[in-house]
Design a protein around this ligand. Sequence first.
Ligand code: GLP
Length: 262
Amino acid sequence: MRVIVKDNYQEMSQEAARVVARQVLLKPDSVLGLATGKTPIGLYQGLVRMYELGVLDFSRVVTFNLDEYYRLPPEHPNSYHRYMQERLFEHVNIPEGNIHIPNGGAEDAEAEYKHYDEEIKRYGRIDLQVLGIGPNGHIGFNEPGTPWEITVGLVQLSETTRNREAPRFGGIENVPGRALTIGIKTIMHARKVLLLASGSEKADILSEALLNAPTPNIPASVLQLHPCLSVIADRAAGEKLVKKPTLKSFRTQEAIQEFELI
Ligand code: GLP
């Protein structure tokens, strides 16, 4: 596991954009697993900027988004479809046919997640999976307790998650109770995983997930078992990692602390 703690959100986002850019430059037909939420907004801005500068070409890139609220049609203002269109897809040249997001408006959820799973398998596996982390340790919408063997599924959202989303939906009663999500098994099958964390709200859960024994109660903790995990945090989220005595080595510069966890 490689952990990089950057000074602030902007630095974290730039570093994350560099990791994704490197992936696309080295493998132009990369299959990218994409996340939503507040955390990767700066990453997407960085990618758009690199595209506009002519540094990056997305014409052969394939994307699979992690999740979508169930019973939220793609055109809904709070859907992750809209989020991705506005943050990334409208601004870069990923062909429409290469973009995959679970259809939250599908009548038959089981048919939808099975189809999504097949689509991912058609490409073999995800080359680089970008992840955020929920305050309760969820990744994608895999909430605490979700079995690790799910590839793609329909899951129940926790009250914690629904409460957190309530302001965006204008009240908890409007927050969907379920979501379609790529499961832990597919995430763990990705060639590389990039976990991003920002803000003091994530400090405790990030250190619990990375420094304690893996447990389904903290879904992100499974990532410790991934052979190619990079974590990029800002200082507020990474604070408790930096202080832990279990660090094998670390070096401190003005704006970066980088180290390897045992
Ligand atoms: C959301 C998403 C996750 C995201 C997480 C953290 O509910 N389903 O994919 O990583 O919660 O969100 P944020 O980045 O806004 O803190």
